[in-house]
Design a protein around this ligand. Structure first.
Ligand SMILES: Nc1ncnc2c1ncn2[C@@H]1O[C@H](COP(=O)(O)OP(=O)(O)OP(=O)(O)O)[C@@H](O)[C@H]1O
Length: 375
């Protein structure tokens, strides 16, 4: 399956655009502000039904318009086609998603149809920014890859919201505790899934980091909000540890008026080693380049995850990722793409690059003011 056709109407600065993509992908070259990121954002919108940049849907509607629509056609090259589409009405604040023209029962059922991974300069924020961005990363990847994860997150958020409302109002402990069973059940599912994913991908992350960084070590770990949860393995042990952590935090929670333990306070940890062997957090001590390398290695393990979940090569979207990397690192990313035997690649750049992707078979298109220029 590859993205064979994209149809955009009133998405950002695209008025009406139809693009036919070949199976190997395409390279888009255009000046700043012409719509390169917008195009990749639109493709990835059809994967997760929201902007990867975190923009609210209203902002995606072309200025002066009311509704945007995006549709992707995925083809297996043998005549088998599938479509996924999304539309958002700014005035009615309504989003509609369809698979092959039919609305799925739940939005979650339509997630991940494109099977894409996006590499963007803003990924550095996952490593360098606050823990919310890292939890968001985990929640998106696991929602795409694991059935049931998204609904566990949603149940957890509901229980957390109710519990926090009571804590904020200073309600009695007995009232707050009514929500504990639901919180622990859904929360442990989320924590155990995240821990399993990190454990399963840690070696691969380390290998990607080391390769891209030209030999420097890099590690990925999961940091739960309470120490006893770090020891727990599997959902049952996490539940027990979560209950224990809640009991220990009860007085503090009453004082602070909020839930202090659980997956909403967990974090991902990126580390490297100093010259004398000390463990350094990339977030606080990493250079810009090291933080970018951590983000790229993370996207690479995401690509492996999507590959396994979908049973096919992911569509790789590269948004001007080479701009801030040294040539060695850039080349090693290209080498990695080349080993992803034959998956589709769509890359953007403000200027023609010297990097040779897919044996230079990608057609090179221009883009100006929301119009794609194919020759
Ligand atoms: N809702 C919208 N309607 C119309 N135009 C929009 C909308 N949102 C953003 N734009 C326009 O899209 C352009 C930015 O596009 P985009 O972010 O894709 O740039 P780019 O080609 O990736 O540039 P760069 O190389 O600087 O990253 C801006 O000119 C902006 O005004």
């Amino acid at each position: 399956m590859f993205l064979s056709r994209l149809h955009l109407r009133n998405y950002r600065n695209f008025a009406e655009q139809v693009v036919e993509f070949p199976p190997q992908g395409a390279a888009l070259v255009g000046d700043n502000g012409q719509g390169k990121t917008n195009l990749l954002e639109a493709i990835y919108y059809l994967e997760i039904f929201r902007s990867f940049r975190g923009a609210p849907d209203e902002q995606l509607v072309r200025f002066g318009e009311e509704v945007f629509r995006a549709e992707a056609r995925l083809s297996d090259g043998l005549g088998g086609d599938r479509t996924v589409s999304a539309a958002f009405d700014r005035r009615a604040r309504k989003k509609k998603v369809a698979l092959n023209g039919a609305e799925p029962e739940r939005l979650g059922d339509a997630l991940g149809q494109v099977g894409a991974v996006i590499f963007s300069p803003s990924d550095v924020e996952i490593v360098a920014g606050g823990p919310g961005g890292r939890r968001r990363f985990l929640d998106i990847v696991l929602s795409l890859a694991q059935p049931g994860y998204l609904s566990a997150v949603q149940r957890y958020r509901q229980a957390l919201f109710q519990r926090n409302t009571l804590l904020r109002k200073g309600s009695s402990r007995a009232l707050v505790e009514v929500w504990d069973a639901g919180l622990v059940l859904a929360g442990s599912r989320v924590i155990a899934a995240r821990q399993r994913w990190v454990a399963a991908r840690a070696d691969s992350f380390a290998a990607h980091y080391e390769r891209v960084a030209g030999g420097q070590p890099g590690r990925l770990g999961y940091a739960p909000s309470a120490p006893e949860m770090a020891e727990a393995q599997g959902e049952a042990q996490v539940q027990e540890a979560f209950r224990g952590a809640l009991a220990r935090a009860a007085d503090r929670e009453q004082r602070r008026g909020m839930t202090l333990v659980g997956p909403h306070r967990d974090d991902l940890r990126f580390t490297t080693l100093s010259a004398d062997g000390a463990v350094l957090e990339l977030r606080t001590y990493g250079s810009g380049g090291q933080q970018r390398t951590g983000a790229i290695a993370l996207r690479m393990v995401e690509a492996e995850t999507i590959h396994e979940a979908r049973g096919r090569q992911p569509l790789i979207l590269l948004d001007d990722v080479f701009a801030e990397l040294d040539p060695g690192r850039s080349q090693r990313i290209i080498d990695w793409i080349e080993t992803e035997d034959g998956g589709q690649v769509i890359l953007t750049s403000p200027k023609p690059t010297d990097f040779h992707v897919r044996g230079d078979t990608l057609p090179r298109w221009g883009i100006r003011d929301g119009v794609i220029l194919q020759d």
